[in-house]
Design a protein around this ligand. Structure first.
Ligand code: SPD
Length: 363
C-alpha cells in the first residue's frame, strides 16, 4: 500500500499542468490576474483526459477499484475537493460545455460542468434557497416578476415558485442540455419547471436581458457557473448595465459572486463595478455555506436599483417579505436553509472580508 501511495505521489509530482487555451474574451482585470480557465488544473502523467472534463478530475485519485473525481481549476489552484464516484450516469458535450452527472455515496447525484461541481443532491438547497430568497425577501414590495439567468438545473425556479405573489417567472438558460439532464437526474430541483408561471427561454441570457422591456423585473437572479467559459460574460459590466435597465425601480439583482477565501480580488472588482452601475442604489455581499463548493463558502452580490424618489436604498440584509412557503402536491420540501435569521446573518462578513470590501459596499 505504501509503495502504491509513493508511486502515486511521484506521478502527481511529475505531472505537468495542462496548458490553458488562449482566451479571446477578456474578463475584468482582477480576474485575469488570478485565473484563466477551469481547464488548467493538473492531471496525472500519462493520462489522456481532456482538460476541463470529468475524466481529468477522475484521473487524479485512482486506487484499487475506486474512482474519485477531483475538482480542478486555476480559480482554486493547488487544491481540489475529491469525491468518490460510484457511477457515471451521464457524459455529454453540449455546444457550450462539458456536461457530466455522477452518482456518489457522499453527496448523492452530482452535476459537473466543465469539470466544476454545480450542485449535489445533498447540499444544493443551501445555495438555491439563498440566491433566490435573499433578493426576493429583501424587496420593499411583494414581487410580481422574476427572471433567472442560467440556473438550468431548475433549483432557483423551485425556490422562486415558493413566492405566491410572483405572477411570472422567466428563465434564460443558454444550454438546453443542462435543462434536459436536470429533468432526468435531478427531479427534486427540476420540480421548479412544473410551475405554470415559469416560462423557459433557451437562449443567450445577455441578449434576453438586453431585449427585456425597461423596468420590467422586480428580481433578477444570475445563477451562473464560475467566470470562465460560457459564464464569463455574466460577470462583466455590460451585462450588469443591461440588468439595471431591465429592473423596476427598487428592484434587486442577485448574482453568484464566488468565495471570500479564494476570490477576494474578484469580489472587490465586482463590487466596485456594481457600485458604478447601481448609482444611488445598494451593493451588498451576502454568503452561504456549502461543502461542495471551493472553500465551503460562496457569496452573492446583491444590488438594489434606486427607487427613483431620492430615498436611500433599503438595506437588503433586512427581510421584508413573508417567509417563502411550501407549494403542495408537487414534491416540494419545506425550506431547509433559509430563515429570516439566516438572511440577516448572511451579510455579516468576517473581519478580513469586511475590511477588503469596505470601500465598495453600501452597508
Ligand atoms: N464553483 C461553482 C459555482 C457554481 C454556481 N452555480 C451553481 C448552479 C446551481 N444552480
Amino acid at each position: 500500500m505504501r509503495a502504491l501511495v509513493q508511486r502515486l505521489s511521484q506521478r502527481l509530482i511529475a505531472a505537468r499542468p495542462a496548458r490553458a487555451p488562449q482566451r479571446a474574451a477578456p474578463l475584468y482585470r482582477a480576474f485575469r490576474t488570478c485565473a484563466s480557465t477551469h481547464t488548467s488544473g493538473s492531471s496525472m502523467a500519462g493520462e489522456e483526459a481532456a482538460p476541463g472534463s470529468l475524466e481529468q478530475g477522475m484521473a487524479v485519485l485512482k486506487a484499487a477499484n475506486e474512482s474519485w473525481f477531483t475538482e480542478l481549476s486555476s480559480l482554486w489552484p493547488g487544491t481540489g475537493l475529491s469525491i468518490k464516484v460510484d457511477e457515471v450516469l451521464f457524459r455529454g458535450r453540449s455546444d457550450f460545455q462539458d456536461v457530466a452527472v455522477v452518482k456518489t455515496q457522499a453527496f448523492g447525484t452530482v452535476l459537473v460542468l466543465d469539470g466544476a461541481i454545480q450542485c449535489t443532491d445533498r447540499d444544493e438547497f443551501s445555495y438555491q434557497e439563498m440566491i433566490a430568497h435573499l433578493p426576493t425577501c429583501a424587496l420593499a414590495r411583494a414581487p410580481k416578476r422574476a427572471l433567472v439567468v442560467g440556473g438550468g438545473d431548475g433549483g432557483v425556479l423551485r425556490e422562486l415558485s415558493r413566492h405566491a405573489s410572483l405572477e411570472e417567472i422567466h428563465i434564460a438558460e443558454i444550454d438546453g442540455m443542462v435543462i434536459d439532464v436536470a429533468k432526468k437526474y435531478f427531479p427534486q430541483m427540476a420540480v421548479g419547471y412544473s410551475d405554470p408561471r415559469v416560462k423557459v427561454h433557451v437562449c443567450d441570457g445577455i441578449k434576453f436581458v438586453q431585449d427585456a422591456p425597461e423596468g420590467h423585473y422586480d428580481v433578477i437572479v444570475v445563477d451562473s457557473s464560475d467566470p470562465v467559459g460560457p459564464a464569463e460574460v455574466l460577470f462583466q459590466k455590460p451585462f450588469f448595465e443591461a440588468m439595471h435597465r431591465a429592473l423596476a425601480p427598487g428592484g434587486i439583482v442577485c448574482t453568484q459572486a464566488e468565495s471570500l477565501w479564494y476570490h477576494l480580488e474578484i469580489i472587490k472588482s465586482l463590487a466596485a463595478m456594481c457600485a458604478e452601475v447601481f448609482v444611488g442604489g445598494g451593493v451588498q455581499y451576502g454568503f452561504t455555506t456549502i461543502p461542495t463548493y471551493p472553500s465551503g463558502q460562496i457569496g452573492f452580490m446583491v444590488c438594489t436599483k434606486a427607487a427613483g424618489d431620492g430615498s436611500a436604498p433599503p438595506n437588503a440584509a433586512e427581510p421584508r417579505q413573508p417567509l417563502p412557503g411550501t407549494p403542495e402536491g408537487r414534491g416540494y420540501t419545506p425550506l431547509r436553509y433559509y430563515s429570516q435569521e439566516v438572511h440577516r446573518a448572511a451579510f455579516v462578513l468576517p473581519a478580513f472580508g469586511k475590511e477588503a470590501l469596505a470601500g465598495s459596499l453600501t452597508y
